[in-house]
Design a protein around this ligand. Structure first.
Ligand code: CP3
Length: 357
């Protein structure tokens, strides 16, 4: 049912599908955001962050802003992982300096109420699909458009904690104490996420990423059930509907569980955080999985030779792999624009030694 693919696959999509491309495509997590004055100007017009995400004209514009400045090979849809709980009918708000706040989900009754919402939740995000279509229409063909969602585990952490957590006691205790009910919550999120990503792809997304920002807080014996299994269900459903659209999984902080994640979820590409040595990833992760990452984002605030040397080390370590250059986590608001420009240039100038183009 997917939209017909008429364009040549972009450099980004080729790399995500496992091709050792002549140069490495790049994009940066949180590339649209407060480090850009043009983002801050548009954001100031809409005080409510959810309203901003659901405003297709503005969301499309901020998606395009970093591409115009730096020429990334991938644009990431401007939206947020907390739009899925919002679409399920949960109260979600963003407070300046506090971060996200959500109505808490902790009881069987809370979860059952959400379960009644899955059938229509994807429709409530119709403005997001309009943003996707607008961005795809405005982007150069050579630039890939990445849709995204949070992984069920990470989205559940915000729902159970009622916001961002520090030690995540509530969600970890819920999963241990009542895995049946917690599993129902994960099921609700799996279904909602499949529907949401499917609609993004139909609207024009060329690849999708699942952000599992809090994968790293799972105990090893919980990782399969709450991270790998839900991810595999989403990947299988998306692949069945859209076999040529790559799925990127980003299990931040997964540590040694990365091996099972890369081997068992079926993802096309694995996003790596800065805790993973590039040389280890090159040797240890399965060859059929493309790598994405993983410059330490703090280096973007330092700039100069420390940043450039670390970037060169990644490019050298992955010269024999299919990969996409990215950061290990998102750009922070304090990053100087000239550092983003300098980093972009050295990635754009790199050529794979055996494939000079
Ligand atoms: O450029 C892009 O990356 C595209 C848009 C995007 C946003 N959030 C916009 C945003 C993406 C891909 C996300 C994902 C997201 N959202 C994640 C996963 C990635 C990660 O960083 O680990 C998470 C955990 C969230 C939840 C979230 N959204 C938090 C915790 C916050 C508040 C923290 C903060 O930086 O203020 C947000 C708000 C948010 N989402 C902002 C942006 C640009 C800042 C809000 C603002 O402009 O006022």
């Amino acid at each position: 049912m997917g939209s017909p693919v008429t364009r040549e696959p972009s450099l980004l999509v080729r790399a995500l599908r496992g091709e050792k491309t002549e140069r490495a495509p790049f994009w940066f997590m949180r590339q649209a955001g407060r480090y850009l004055p043009e983002y801050r100007a548009l954001r100031a017009e809409v005080p409510d962050f959810i309203g901003f995400c659901l405003d297709p004209a503005r969301a499309a514009e901020v998606t395009l802003q970093p591409i115009r400045r730096f020429g990334m090979d991938g644009a990431i849809l401007f939206a947020d992982i907390l739009l899925v709980p919002y679409a399920l009918g949960l109260e979600v708000s963003f407070k300046e300096g506090v971060g996200p706040q959500l109505a808490v989900v902790r009881t069987r009754a809370d979860v059952e109420q959400l379960a009644g919402q899955t059938a229509t939740s994807a429709d409530r995000l119709a403005p997001v699909y309009e943003t996707v279509t607008r961005v795809r229409g405005a982007l150069p063909d050579a630039c890939g458009l990445i849709g995204f969602a949070g992984s069920p585990w990470t989205v559940a952490t915000y729902m159970v904690e009622g916001g961002g957590g520090h030690d995540f006691i509530e969600v970890r205790r819920f999963a241990r104490r009542d895995p049946g009910t917690f599993g129902l919550l994960i099921d609700v999120l799996v279904e909602a996420t499949i529907a949401y990503l499917d609609r993004q792809i139909v609207a024009g997304a060329d690849a999708v990423q699942l952000f599992d920002t809090w994968a790293g807080i799972l105990a090893a014996d919980e990782f399969d059930r709450w991270c790998i299994a839900p991810t595999r269900r989403i990947v299988e459903a998306i692949r069945a509907r859209h076999p040529t659209v790559p799925v990127i999984g980003f299990p931040r902080g997964a540590g040694t569980s990365l091996l099972r994640y890369a081997g068992e979820t079926g993802i096309d590409a694995v996003g790596l955080d800065a805790g993973v040595a590039p040389s280890w990833a090159a040797l240890a992760l399965p060859g059929r999985v493309a790598l994405q990452g993983n410059l330490d984002p703090i280096l973007m605030t330092v700039g100069g030779e420390p940043m450039l040397a670390a970037a060169r080390a990644i490019l050298a370590a992955w010269r024999d792999r299919a990969f996409v250059f990215n950061l290990g986590h998102g750009i922070t608001p304090d990053v100087p624009i000239e550092n983003v420009a300098a980093l972009s240039r050295i990635i754009q100038d790199w050529r794979r030694p055996d494939r000079p183009a």
